[in-house]
Design a protein around this ligand. Structure first.
Ligand SMILES: C[S@@+](CC[C@H](N)C(=O)[O-])C[C@H]1O[C@@H](n2cnc3c(N)ncnc32)[C@H](O)[C@@H]1O
Length: 471
């Protein structure tokens, strides 16, 4: 429970609810919460507030900010809620790992929630091997590494919770933007099913996981049963033209899969765009495509190129882009999201042993829709100033030699640097100095500079959408 200064709408929309009530309910529910449901968008009434408190969602309370319109206010209530990983998730993974073929060393009983030294040593070596193969050297990308039980086990205990958490965040953001739980979903390149499980845990009615590794799909099915879900699976090879289940699907998700397809092929981007267009035919008219990719420079740039290819083909980017044309980060730059999270303790121990940092969740991600979206409304000042338009923060804060704090932002006027002197004291721009990558902002009083736009004591920055975090 946290109290903080503006902005925030809660007290206006739920006048009867007092902070002490929330604090009490939160304290009682958050410790016992097993799984968290995102808050439904919409004006929260008594029933919905009560149900989300009882379902264990922790609300932060903010004082009312009269400058927030109801749309921003709704978004703000949403984004100040806290998502958490289910408490028992990692125990499930450990139990299934111990009792499956996905390990060659297991010196403890299946239900033991902690890896023994021997297990830790063996798995951490495989996690390092996998990490190197999928990141730095990328020698494993597109290879059949999940056919090796030890690598599959390492994937389950290290990469699985990351993909699950990332998908949970994306789905929460779709909900925040007004999307309902998808009825029927295709998860392609599902592996042992982290994205499928995030979908099912978030309320998707029917998920079909497809992958060319049957061993990985078998693990996905076991995890689904353990979590009380039914998961349909289908062995499928993206490089062959057969075997894809027929739609229409409300969502087609690809978690860290695209970068593995035609990897090393000179026409890989065109081939991936071609596959996505084919998949689009299996999408319901209102359906969504969710793409999550590693945030490495090469994989994020490739993901952006696929995004651009789909935009060219008439798709709109629902999230996270405000800008609807070719991504201005290319050809030299890149763009990705970054989210705070609290990884499961067992995973932290394993990552530490493998000497891999997982402090934040980074990914290149897009939610695309088939119909073309209108261009984002130009700010009231037209093309002459960003004032009033919605902009997404797409960088960390950077401090220039001249003492200015600078962020890259992207919106109706494209991508540019927005900066303010570090010692600026204006009350209206206090929130500027605490922005995070992914926040949505509106500015007033920006002045053009040689490079980008500048803020000063008279300017104002309103955070209208906070980036989500996990737990
Ligand atoms: C990095 S894993 C991602 C697994 C899961 N979606 C996630 O987000 O953690 C990549 C997956 O793509 C699958 N894959 C790679 N090439 C494939 C292909 N040609 N056809 C189908 N699946 C493929 C692999 O078997 C693997 O499960």
């Amino acid at each position: 429970m946290e109290f903080s200064s503006p902005p925030g709408p809660c007290q206006s929309s739920v006048p009867w609810l007092r902070p002490w009530m929330v604090s009490r309910v939160c304290r009682r529910t958050s410790s016992s919460a097993q799984s968290q449901r995102p808050i439904s968008p919409g004006n929260p009434g008594r029933a919905s507030i009560a149900s989300l408190l009882l379902s264990g969602v922790t609300l932060k309370f903010y004082h009312r900010d009269p400058t927030l319109d109801s749309e921003s206010a709704r978004g703000y209530l949403w984004c100040t809620s806290r998502l958490e990983l289910p408490n028992d998730l990692y125990d499930t993974l450990l139990t299934i790992w111990r009792s499956s073929a996905a390990r060659s060393v297991a010196s403890r009983a299946p239900g033991d929630p902690v890896l023994s030294r021997e297990e830790l040593y063996a798995v951490s070596r495989k996690v390092r091997e996998l990490s190197r193969g999928l990141t730095r050297q990328r020698a494993l990308a597109g290879e059949r590494y999940l056919s090796d039980p030890d690598l599959l086990g390492a994937y389950l205990l290290h990469f699985w919770p990351i993909s699950y958490a990332q998908a949970l965040l994306c789905l929460a953001m779709v909900r925040r933007a007004g999307g309902s739980e998808p009825g029927s979903v295709l998860d392609l390149g599902a592996g042992p099913g982290p994205v499928s499980m995030a979908l099912l845990d978030s309320g998707a009615a029917h998920v079909t996981a497809c992958d060319r590794s049957e061993a990985a799909l078998a693990l996905a099915r076991r995890i689904a049963v353990d979590r009380g879900h039914t998961l349909a699976t289908r062995q499928w090879d993206a490089l062959k033209s057969t075997g894809l289940p027929r739609g229409p699907f409300d969502m087609i998700a690809l978690g860290h899969t695209l970068n593995e397809l035609w990897s090393g092929h000179p026409d890989r981007i065109e081939l991936r765009v071609g596959l996505m267009k084919k998949l689009g035919r299996e999408l319901a008219a209102e359906g969504r495509i969710l793409i999550m990719e590693p945030a490495l420079m090469s994989t994020a740039q490739a993901a952006i190129r696929v995004r651009d290819g789909l935009v060219n083909a008439g798709y709109s980017v629902e999230m996270p882009c405000v800008w609807q044309q070719a991504c201005p980060a290319l050809p030299d730059g890149t763009c990705h999201g970054e989210f705070d999270w609290r990884p499961p303790a067992g995973m932290v121990r394993l990552a530490h042993a493998a000497r891999i940092g997982r402090e934040t969740l980074k990914m290149a991600w897009f939610v695309l829709r088939k119909e073309k979206r209108d261009e984002p409304a130009l700010p009231p000042a037209g093309r002459s100033s960003p004032d009033g338009g919605l902009y997404r923060v797409v960088s960390e804060p950077l401090l220039s030699k001249s003492g200015r704090v600078r962020y890259l932002v992207c919106g109706p006027l494209g991508r540019f640097a927005l900066s303010a002197p570090r010692d600026c004291r204006g009350a209206g721009i206090r929130s500027f100095f605490a922005l995070a990558r992914g926040d949505g902002i509106r500015v007033t009083g920006a002045r053009q500079r040689e490079t980008g736009w500048g803020l000063d004591d008279e300017s104002r920055v309103d955070v209208v959408e906070r980036t989500l975090k996990l737990g």
